[in-house]
Design a protein around this ligand. Structure first.
Ligand code: SF4
Ligand code: SF4
Ligand code: FES
Length: 247
């Protein structure tokens, strides 16, 4: 006989962070169901137990990156994390992402994260106009393959929350911004190459990375910011030696 996916199995013991930076964890009992995600649990609390709970989500399918939280000590997309994979003895502790200021409950202020993106010159700078023909870029060219390897970042902040260097070094641009910079360094259509290399070579840039690989280990889209940053280190040293950028 098929199992009813909505069948209540038992209550989960759920601790949710409430308040701002000086808040505390508060306990809730949430009915456990098959195929339940951590986002389902948070949504149940907000809709059934306490409508004042603040949290953020949009797509529910791993596309928008807005639902990231700390789940039993690890940053994750809550919409793509099944409770059955992460609950420990029927317990879940869900908090806001680390390394970002808490606005309220499970919601963090992402301004610093996106400011790092801007500092790393993470915006594409076109060299042609709409009136020009589309630039022919061979998909099998080495730089296009390098750009593609890092391009699927959705700005969820999971790697930023997992990075110890972000925690220790207030100047550090962080894995997502540097990964984005490496994508653009490899974009043959982009016109901000030297400025971007100068930006990521500065204090707090790629050379501050300690190669812990936490970013790679936690990225839900299996990107490898550590490899992008290592490549930026090599590329910026070449640029220094050739006089392309200043020391
Ligand atoms: S690199 Fe991965 S973990 Fe970091 S922001 Fe992008 S998608 Fe999220
Ligand atoms: S490899 Fe670099 S960016 Fe990634 S977690 Fe470690 S220090 Fe942070
Ligand atoms: S809600 Fe969009 S990635 Fe989770």
């Amino acid at each position: 006989m098929a199992t009813d996916p909505t069948e209540v199995q038992s209550d989960l013991k759920v601790s949710l962070w409430r308040g701002g930076a000086q808040g505390r964890y508060q306990d809730y009992a949430v009915p456990q169901r098959q195929n339940q995600t951590v986002l389902d649990v948070v949504t149940f609390v907000q809709r059934q137990l306490d409508p004042t709970l603040s949290y953020r989500f949009a797509c529910r399918v791993g596309m928008c990156g807005s639902c990231a939280m700390t789940v039993n000590g690890r940053p994750r997309w809550t919409c793509r994390t099944h409770v059955s994979k992460v609950a420990e003895d029927g317990r879940l502790e869900i908090g806001p992402l680390e390394n970002l200021p808490v606005i309220k409950d499970l919601t963090t202020d992402m301004s610093r994260f996106f400011e790092r993106w801007r500092q790393a010159k993470g915006a594409f700078v076109p060299t042609t106009t709409r009136a020009d023909p589309v630039a022919p870029i061979r998909p099998d060219s080495a730089i296009r393959i390098a750009a593609d390897a890092a391009i699927e970042c959705i700005n969820c902040g999971v790697c930023y929350a997992a990075c110890d260097t972000v925690r220790w070094n207030p100047d550090y641009l962080g894995p997502a911004a540097l990964n984005r910079a490496w994508t653009l360094v490899n974009d043959a259509r982009d016109g901000a190459g030297p400025e971007r290399l100068q930006a990521v070579a500065a204090r707090g840039g790629c050379h501050a990375c300690h190669t812990h690989q936490s970013c790679q280990a936690h990225c839900p889209t299996a990107l490898n910011p550590t490899a992008s940053i290592a490549a930026l280190k090599r590329r910026t040293v070449q640029a220094w030696l050739s006089g392309e950028i200043e020391r």
